[in-house]
Design a protein around this ligand. Structure first.
Ligand code: SAH
Length: 367
């Protein structure tokens, strides 16, 4: 029998043996690899025991991670699934106390909304699951507007805690899925800096205002919507916050009138809706941000704190900061950045998709 090697590997083995060096595998040949077990093909749209449990596993992991990370209070509200940035494109799941809301924004998840509702019911046993598919983005996918109950009955107003503050969300008719959960941590943080006389512009249900009210002497909260102000007043009463006054007004007009009247505030929050809904509206949006920030700097007392936000996808951090800087400089104020913040931790972003960093929150001090 020829001892010619049959392969380069065999040649290396013979070479090693010739020189007296032995690799373990020369003396102890490796056992044959076990045969791979073929995984069953996932069958989407079904939760029968014989089919893949992949969506269940992903959903459970998201939900459990959120709770384990500690920033989700069990009695509070949290985003459990944050769409593509959570690697579940088109699926949004929010929890408000013991109720859930579900959004399926693309055709693929929309077709499986009952599957997701079943999985969530099994996983978290919520009192109700509300469908909030009344959002315009669905039109891009040719999906109709739809809202209603997927599981359980209309839970009515759902109370939950944000820090020490009691908030109420109407899951069927509130803005977004009932509240603006992406701002939860920024509201708590803003509350820590609040002092003196405070102004919360674009207040919706008063969620920032009520955090400010814990440290500020007096808070004026402004929204153009009468319904929002009514909800805010109700929330203030629920918290026994007697130092908050809700005004129904256009924030642009109110800011101008107050600054022309020489008013002063020690703490100001600006949390407007997205001014740039499309790329074409970026310039107009920047003019809007400039205007409200300029007025706010005029109104800010020396040493005052401004918490200024933008949730426009199309206005990135650099554009927003440049605009705020121009506003400060036009108002003759120098500005310290105390914190640069984004959406709450339960709204993760993707490093490779900068658009997922849509929410910018600057906490500034003007000496
Ligand atoms: N700060 C809120 C969320 C604000 S959402 C929170 O943390 O929960 C934006 C709000 O701005 C909406 O309630 C909307 O009614 C209000 N709004 C929109 N345009 C406005 C305007 N020109 N003046 C005052 N409020 C306005």
């Amino acid at each position: 029998m020829s001892d010619r090697p049959h392969s380069p590997k065999e040649a290396r083995r013979l070479e090693r043996l010739k020189h007296g060096s032995r690799a373990a595998r020369d003396v102890r040949p490796r056992p044959p690899a076990p045969r791979r077990v073929q995984r069953p093909q996932p069958v989407l749209g079904s939760v029968a025991a014989s089919t893949s449990d992949e969506p269940a596993v992903v959903l459970s992991k998201r939900a459990v991670d959120r709770l384990a990370e500690g920033h989700v209070e069990r009695r509070g509200a949290a985003r459990l699934v944050h769409g593509e940035a959570d690697l579940l494109p088109g699926l949004i799941v929010d929890r408000y106390a013991d109720c859930l809301t579900l959004q399926t924004l693309i055709e693929a998840t929309d077709a499986r909304r009952n599957l997701f509702a079943d999985l969530l019911q099994r996983l978290l046993a919520p009192r109700a699951i509300v469908e909030r598919n009344d959002v315009r983005v669905r039109a891009h996918e040719g999906l109709e507007q739809r809202k209603g109950m997927l599981r359980g009955v209309d839970p009515g107003p759902v109370e939950f805690l944000e820090g020490e503050v009691k908030l109420v969300a109407d899951l069927l008719s509130g803005q977004k899925t009932g509240a603006f959960l992406d701002q939860a941590e920024n509201r708590l943080e803003a509350g820590r800096y609040a002092h003196g006389r405070a102004l919360d512009c674009f207040t919706y249900g008063g969620a920032f205002a009520l955090q400010l009210a814990r440290r500020a002497a007096q808070v004026i909260a402004v929204d153009v919507s009468e319904q929002a102000a009514a909800q805010g007043r109700e929330a203030a009463a629920r918290n026994g916050a007697h130092n908050v006054e809700f005004k129904v007004a256009n924030a642009f007009d109110l800011l101008r009138a107050e600054s022309e009247a020489g008013e002063r505030y020690d703490t100001i929050v600006l949390d407007p809706p997205a001014f740039a809904k499309t790329k074409a509206s970026i310039d107009a949006a920047l003019r809007g941000y400039k205007e409200i920030n300029l007025r706010a700097f005029h109104l800010l007392s020396p040493g005052g704190v401004l918490v200024t936000n933008s949730c426009s996808f199309h206005v990135d951090e650099a554009m927003f900061e440049r605009t705020v800087l121009q506003a400060a400089s036009d108002a003759g104020r120098s500005v310290q950045v105390i914190e640069r913040r984004g959406a709450a931790k339960d709204h993760p972003t993707l490093l490779g998709v900068p658009e997922t960093r849509y929410l910018k929150c600057l906490i500034l001090r003007a000496p």
